[in-house]
Structures are given as structure tokens and as C-alpha cells.
Design a protein around this ligand. Structure first.
Ligand code: SAM
Length: 257
């Protein structure tokens, strides 16, 4: 609790005023990632392997890479990206002070932390009839050689789904449209990209009964996956002593050689 409070307090002045209400959810994610580290390890290793594999397909001149949903920097091999690329752009609603301090102490001088809402909800709310293009900004990055969407897409779906449920003036299909727009945004890049996302989850009790399951992509069809694995996001004891939440994760290379 003390570490969480310190991280919150240190992050507060680094965060734009209108994003400060999101600090607590990032601190909660950070705390959960520490509690569940043992259960998350195979998932994180699989993510690292997938990112390393796509980096290996690129020509040797590796200029800029963008990580979408970079958050805690756990599921991208950040040291490798920092060594292999001239510039590493990190986009998330929040980068905690603990993450920024760790990066500085680790000597990763070419990381650029960018606070950004990647959902496209603002565009969609402004012009509900137009096709949202939440990733169009990536085309403005000079010399971008790779984009990695790092377990962000399901969170966009969940976050927007909650907003729509709470506000009847928002477009009803917003979550589905923004999930599709994210995938289209990656597909429209001239560079290679990698989409890592949990696409569904099950809540399972100790007898193996599935108590709940849902499609985190809300019916949006994804391109074919190169790899797939399970991620115990909430092991027994995290949400309840009686059940665990297991997510199904896919790795989808796009425009990759
Ligand atoms: C499951 S976490 C993935 C964490 C990260 N890839 C890592 O390695 O630690 C999802 C991340 O998506 C971010 N996120 C959720 N909605 C977002 C949005 N609309 N725009 C930008 N980032 C968002 C959260 O802040 C969080 O860091």
C-alpha cells in the first residue's frame, strides 16, 4: 500500500491534469502485475518472443519503433527495442513514475514517453458518421519501421464499452467500431506491425467449470494469428479464492515479411 501511494504521488505531477483520474487504475495494474508476476511470466515471455521475432525480420537499419499501450513496459522487450532502434516512442494513457524512473536508471535514453488516448473515442464522439482513424498519427512519425500494439486493444473495448453504457448520447457501436479502426490503422501502415491482444476470457472455478466467458473483440474479426496462448490475468485469490480469470491471447503480424 505504501509503495502504491508513493507511486501515485510521484506520478501525479508528471501527468496532464485531464488524465490524472486515470492514475489509480495504472497503479492498480502495477500492483496486480507484481502480485501475479509468477502467473504472468509465460505470457510476458511469449510477448517478448513475438516482438523479437518481428524485429528480426526488419532490415538492419532500425530507426523508429512505436509501442501502443506501453504502460508498465512488461510485455515488450524494452531493452532490445532500445538497443536495436534509434528511437522508441511509447504511447499510453499513463506512464507511472516507477516506470519512467526505472527506464532512466537503466540507461534507456532513447525512450520517448507520450501520453495519448489511443481509442479514437474523441474523434468518434465529434463526428459519429465519419470513420475514426485513431492511429493516423503514426504515419506522421518520420522513419517509423515498426509498430507494436501491446495488449491494449481489449482495454479499449472494455473502457469504451463502459463509457457507452453510462452515456446514452454516445454511438451504440462505439467499442466495435474503435476495435475495428485500431486493426485497420495497423493494416494501413506502410511499415510492419504486430498486434498482441487478449481476444477472449473465461472465468473458471476450481472444478474446471466455466462461470463466464466473453469475446473481448466484440465480434470484430481479427486477421490470422501466428501464435496463441493463455494468460492467467487473475489467478485464484486475486478476484476470489474460488475462481480465476484466464484470457486467450493472440499474436498477429501485419504487413510483415
Ligand atoms: C493490459 S495493459 C498492457 C500493459 C503494457 N503493454 C505492459 O507491457 O505493461 C493495457 C494498457 O493499455 C492502456 N490503455 C487502456 N486504454 C487506453 C487508451 N484508450 N489509450 C491509451 N492507452 C490505453 C492502459 O493504460 C494499460 O497500460
Amino acid at each position: 500500500m505504501i509503495l502504491e501511494a508513493l507511486n501515485f504521488a510521484a506520478t501525479y505531477p508528471l501527468t496532464p491534469r485531464r488524465r490524472r483520474h486515470e492514475i489509480s487504475s495504472s497503479v492498480s495494474l502495477w500492483a496486480r502485475s507484481r502480485r501475479a508476476a509468477r502467473h504472468w511470466r509465460t505470457h510476458e515471455e511469449a510477448c517478448h518472443q513475438e516482438v523479437s521475432a518481428i524485429v528480426a525480420t526488419l532490415p538492419n537499419t532500425r530507426r523508429a519503433v512505436a509501442v501502443l499501450g506501453s504502460g508498465l513496459l512488461r510485455d515488450v522487450p524494452i531493452q532490445l527495442l532500445s538497443e536495436q532502434f534509434d528511437r522508441v516512442y511509447l504511447y499510453d494513457l499513463q506512464h507511472l513514475a516507477s516506470v519512467r524512473i526505472w527506464a532512466r536508471l537503466s540507461g534507456l535514453a532513447n525512450l520517448e514517453f507520450q501520453t495519448r488516448d489511443l481509442s479514437g473515442m474523441e474523434q468518434l464522439a465529434e463526428k459519429p458518421g465519419a470513420q475514426p482513424r485513431p492511429l493516423a498519427f503514426l504515419k506522421e512519425i518520420p522513419d517509423l519501421d515498426l509498430a507494436v500494439s501491446a495488449n491494449l486493444l481489449s482495454q479499449i473495448g472494455v473502457g469504451i464499452g463502459r463509457m457507452v453504457a453510462a452515456d446514452p448520447t454516445l454511438p451504440r457501436q462505439a467499442a466495435e467500431r474503435l476495435i475495428a479502426a485500431h486493426v485497420e490503422g495497423l493494416q494501413s501502415l506502410k511499415t510492419s506491425s504486430l498486434l498482441l491482444t487478449d481476444r477472449s476470457y473465461e472465468v473458471i472455478d476450481k472444478a474446471g467449470n466455466v462461470l463466464e466467458r466473453d469475446d473481448l473483440m466484440k465480434g470484430v474479426e481479427l486477421p490470422p494469428a501466428r501464435a496463441e496462448w493463455s494468460w492467467t490475468v487473475a489467478p485464484y485469490g486475486e478476484l476470489s479464492p474460488d475462481y480465476q480469470a484466464v484470457h486467450q491471447v493472440v499474436s498477429i503480424p501485419i504487413n510483415a515479411s
